[in-house]
Design a protein around this ligand. Structure first.
Ligand code: ADP
Ligand code: MG
Length: 656
């Protein structure tokens, strides 16, 4: 067994995209820390994960990626992008795509489409496979550099509608790049795998229908998949899985539009900006080529900004030292692009109708979002409305296909190593989920071994007067302090109306669906302000890791409890002391001397103890801390009465 493990080579997952490509890995190294083996993209030397699928030919070695893309406008005839549109197709098949390509496409052997680029005095004719191979080679090299071992094997994704010739062409591209393509996986299937769908043992699982909505830069694809429970099963208890996780998925239908994407959104914003320029500076200015390319870049920037902000300012320098300044609101953008979004939804309806013929009335259990354009809030909202469920957005939509390919590659590596499947494949949550509280303790909302789906909620508040935003850190694990748990994600609830500490009521809800995807939402009750995040808690978690975490928590159980108690006491004492000190300043004179002195003594004792606990929690006894805090509570009763009486009096005066 040992030898088998050491002999296994890494297998990477590659998303060979029309505009961008990525490489990722999972379960590598084969044994060790789960966090280190989680699915992750492998960036290039500059730290960039996405490699533009663009190759520029010339006298020497072709230029690949970012540099080729950046100077594409300068070299339209020798820069080859979107070559995926030609893979494995005849010139006649590709005819509809040719108007969108800047380079020349000619017929090669057997009427296949070839790229013809001018080089020196002559021309060079290359196959789409060869062009793609340059991109794949770049990805192979960056993967080898990141992993520190030569990478020779890959799982590569293709659109679900690719036919045999297109799939074979993709394999050939891999071979030319020195990669054995051990598996071709459909892009929508990979996206589902990235969410852990199709990896769970069969126990109690029924067939599920999954929709994958992929809205990228130039294309839109929707696929309806059936996840077949029986094949995914491989027996309860997570023994060796099926030959490949992807085999658990059937493609029921696909639909889409090969010329509908984020580029079209940019185009609409661009049209609007050009209109504004023409109105302000004249038609001729709007037609200057330099202005057009600046407007195009500004349009995409504005669109991306509006995925987070409600409005954005566009500033465009114009010839003659002038400039155009416009504010674009999210609502305005939404009105512009609504027809595009509706077109994607029409495709969804068509795909659902086609799939319905093969379905026995099952309903959609998950909608997975793929592609950069799914970051647009309108897109998310409309998809949620049409399918009647919150779509999955937890995994980066740019990376989800590559990560899923890596998950599949990980399953294959585990099998080759004879390790069986060690991913966590349970219908229960293996580890507790909670939130970090003030002072670094953990408030657990959902406990380990809860059956999924499940939900829980709890009220939280602020710890500082006038606090208008709260940072929420979502944690996984059994330990009592946040630092000893796994941080799954953070998000901010902003726009809370300023109130004294402890007054705002923030309801935090954790909901885990049947697929193990966690949605966390926080709502401030008075203002209705809401923030939410989605997370896949079991990403990259192995059975051994769960066991290790459990053992650790047993080992530290007693100490952890004490520490948690002290952290809570510190936080609560701070709130109390803050309030009491403020009231004392105002009302000290109205207190009887004896009760004032008693209160001041209690304040001093608790302040000292809290300060000592902050320095070193081991230096104080939790029981004593608790007693001192209680004695302050008692000593402050009289102050409360006085403060309330005063506040009533001042209200009455105000009422008149
Ligand atoms: P493809 O699958 O065609 O290679 P991608 O999935 O990489 O495309 O998506 C690229 C598109 O996503 C571009 O049009 C880009 O402008 C858009 N995009 C990226 N980030 C955002 C964002 N935050 N908001 C809106 N659109 C975005
Ligand atoms: Mg894509």
């Amino acid at each position: 067994m040992q030898n088998a493990t050491t002999a296994v080579e890494p297998i990477v997952g590659i998303d060979l995209g029309t505009t961008n490509s990525l490489v990722a890995v999972a379960m590598w190294p084969l044994t060790g820390d789960a966090a280190a083996r989680a699915p992750r993209v492998l960036p290039d030397d500059a730290g960039l994960a996405m490699c533009p699928s663009v190759v520029r030919f010339g006298e020497g070695e072709p230029v690949v990626g970012v540099e080729a893309k950046q100077r594409a406008a300068e070299f339209p005839l020798t820069t080859v992008g979107s070559v995926k549109r030609l893979m494995g197709r005849s010139l006649a098949d590709a005819a509809g795509d040719l108007p969108y390509l800047s380079y020349k496409v000619v017929a090669g052997p057997a009427a296949t489409a070839r790229v013809e680029v001018p080089v020196g005095d002559g021309v060079k004719v290359v196959s789409p496979q060869e062009v793609s191979a340059y991109v794949l080679r770049a990805l192979r090299e960056q993967a080898s550099a990141r992993l520190g071992v030569p990478v020779r094997k890959a799982v590569v994704t293709v659109p679900a509608y690719f036919d045999d010739a297109q799939r074979q062409a993709t394999r050939d591209a891999g071979r030319i790049a020195g990669l054995e393509v051990v598996r071709i996986v459909n892009e929508p299937t990979a996206a589902a795998l990235a969410y852990g769908l199709g990896l769970r043992a069969g126990s109690g699982l029924r067939d599920q229908v999954i929709v994958v909505y992929d809205f990228g830069g130039g294309t839109f694809d929707v696929s309806v998949l059936r996840l077949v429970a029986g094949e995914a099963g491989g027996g309860a208890g997570g023994e060796a899985g099926p030959a490949a996780a992807a085999d658990a998925f059937q493609v029921l239908s696909t639909a889409g539009d090969t010329h509908l994407g984020g580029d079209d959104v940019d185009h609409l914003v661009m049209q609007w900006l050009l209109g504004e320029i023409a109105a302000e500076a004249g038609q001729e200015i709007a037609a200057v080529p330099g202005v057009r390319s600046a407007v195009q870049a500004a349009a995409e920037r504005a669109k991306i900004a509006l995925s987070d902000a409600e409005s954005t300012e566009v500033v465009l320098p114009l010839p003659g030292g002038r400039r155009l300044v416009r504010v674009l609101g999210r609502g305005q953008l939404e009105a512009m692009i609504m027809p595009l979004v509706e077109r994607t939804l029409e495709c969804c309806k068509r795909a659902m109708r086609d799939a319905a013929k093969q379905l026995a009335g099952e309903s959609v259990s998950a909608v997975v979002m793929v592609g950069g354009s799914t970051r647009i809030p309108l897109v998310r909202r409309r998809v949620a409305e049409v399918f009647g469920c919150e779509p999955y957005t937890a995994v980066d939509p740019d990376q989800v296909v590559a990560l899923g390919a890596a998950v599949q590659a990980g399953v294959l590596m585990q099998q080759q190593a004879g390790l069986g499947r060690s991913a966590v494949l349970l219908d229960v949550l293996p580890l507790s989920l909670g939130l970090e509280t003030v002072g670094g303790a953990v408030a657990k909302l959902i406990f380990r071994n809860s059956a999924t789906p499940c939900r829980a909620s709890e009220m939280f508040s602020t710890s500082v007067d006038g606090q208008t935003s709260i940072k929420l850190s979502v944690l996984q694990g059994e330990r009592e302090m946040a630092a000893d748990c796994r941080l799954l994600g953070t998000f901010h609830l902003r726009g809370i109306p300023p109130m004294p500490a402890g007054i705002p009521q923030v309801r935090v809800e954790f909901a885990v669906d049947a697929n193990g995807v966690l949605s966390v939402s926080a709502v401030e009750q008075r203002s209705g302000k809401r923030a939410a995040v989605q997370i896949v808690p079991n990403h990259g978690l192995s059975a051994e890791e769960v066991e290790r975490i459990e053992l650790e928590s047993f080992k530290h159980a007693r100490e952890d409890m004490t520490r948690h108690r002290i952290a809570d006491l510190i936080a609560n004492s701070a709130l109390d002391l803050h309030w009491i000190n403020r009231q004392l300043k105002q009302h000290a004179a109205k207190l009887e001397t004896a009760s004032r002195e008693q209160l001041e003594g209690a304040v001093t004792r608790l302040s000292e103890l809290a300060a000592a606990a902050r320095q070193d929690w081991r230096s104080v006894s939790a029981d004593e801390f608790h007693k001192v805090k209680e004695s302050l509570d008692r000593a402050s009763m009289r102050l409360h009465e006085v403060a309330i009486a005063e506040s009533l009096r001042s209200q009455n005066i105000g009422d008149r």
